[in-house]
Design a protein around this ligand. Sequence first.
Ligand code: MV4
Length: 430
Amino acid sequence: MQTCRELGISTVGVYSTADRDSLHVRYADEAVCIGPPLGKESYLNIPRILAAAEITNADAIHPGYGFLAENSDFAEVCSSSGIKFIGPQAEMIRKMGDKNTARETVVAAGVPVVPGSNGLISNAQEAQDIAEEIGYPVIIKPTAGGGGKGMRVVSEASQLELSLATAQNEAQQAFGNSGVYIEKFIENPRHVEIQVLADQHGNTLHLGERDCTIQRRHQKLVEETPSPAVDEELRTRMGSAAVAAAASINYEGAGTVEFLLDGNRNFYFMEMNTRIQVEHPVTEERYDVDLVKEQILVAAGESIAGRTFTPNGHSIECRINAEDPKQGFRPSPGELQVFHTPGGYSVRVDSHGYASYRVPPNYDSLIAKLIVHADTREEAIERMLRALDEFIVVGIKTTIPFHKQLLLTEAFRSGEFDTGFLDNSGFTVS
Ligand code: MV4
C-alpha cells in the first residue's frame, strides 16, 4: 500500500475481526471486513475476497506472502473475474506447487537437483532400489509439501519401508495427496535463495541471493545479502540456474528459487516460491529497488528489458516475533504497551504494530521486520546491534534478545554456520 500511494494507486485493505486494529486497515484508503478470525472464514475464503474486490471496484489484488499467495485456484478465479492477480499465472503456481513436478521441470532445463528418484515413489521396492543407488542417508519429501513440512530423513535401509508408509500417510492427511519422492540427504547445508523477476514478454533476470540459513524448525529468523558463502563466480552460476528455472515455465512476476548449498560450493534446486517473500527487503536495500513496485509494473504489462540492478553493500533482516525465545519461542500475544522502533541512518522497520496495539493470538507471530544496510557485513552487524538496542517493546516477549545474542556469537560473526546451527548446536538464549 505504501508503494501504491507513491504510484497514485488507491488501495483497499481486507481484514478479519481479529485484525480490525491492525495498521494496514488504517493505512488503506478503504477497508473491508471479510469475516471472523478463522482463516477459512476470512483470509482463505476466496468468495469473500472476490466480493470485497467487486464492491470496491478493485482492478487488481496483491496477495502478499501468506494465505492465498500461492493458491493457484485463487489466481485462476481472479483472472476469470477480470481482476489482475499480481503474481504468476495459475498454471505456473500449480507446476511449482507440486514439488516433484517442479523438480522434473527444472531438471529438463539443466538446473542441478539433489540425486534422487525420477518421479514419485510407487512402492517400497522402488524406494529401496533408489536409496541403494544414491546411498544413505536419504530424505523422503511429500510432493504437495514445501518449506520442510512432512519430510523424513532415513539413515539406514532397515527403516526405509516403515518411513515411506508413514510419510505417505502423513502426506495424505496433511495435503490430501500421498505422493512422495526421495533425494539424497545433504548434511549441514546452507539455505541460499535467488530473487528473480520476470515480465510478460519473456524477459527474466535475477537480483542475487539471500542467505536464510539461520532458521529454527524451518522458521527463518535472520536473512542477509550477500551470503557469506557466495562469491561473484558462484552468484553468477546460481543466478543463471534460477533464471533457467523460472524461464522453464515462462514465469511472470517476482519469485524466489531456493537452493541448498553444500560445503563444496555445490548447489541444488529445492523449490520455487511463486510469491514475494517476507525477507524481500534485504534485496531491496542492497539492490536499491522497490520489488513491490516491480511486481505492480510487470503485472501492468511493463517490460524489464535492459533493466540492470547494481548491488551495493550488505543488508541484514532480523524477524521480530511475538515469541519468548527463553521459553522455546512460545507465542507471546498481547498489548504493545510501549513500541518504540529504531531509526537513524540505514535502518528500516516494516511493521503493522504501534503503541497500544494488541497482537492477536490468531496468526503468525511476526510483528516487525528490522532491516539494516551498510557498506560491509561487519558494519551491518554493528548497525543491527545498535538498532536492536533502540527497539523497545513492553507488554509482550519478543525475539529481540535472541537476535542480540546471536549477533555476538563467533559462528554468526565469522559467517561459518549451517542450517543446523539453531536446532543442533546448543545455542540458547539466556
Ligand atoms: C533437504 C535437506 C537435505 N537434503 N533436502 C527443508 C525445507 C525445504 N525447503 C528443504 N529442506 C531441506 N531439504 C535434501 N536433499 C535439508 C533440508 C533442511 C533445511 C533446508 C533449509 C533450511 C533449513 C533446513 C533445516 C532442516 C532441513
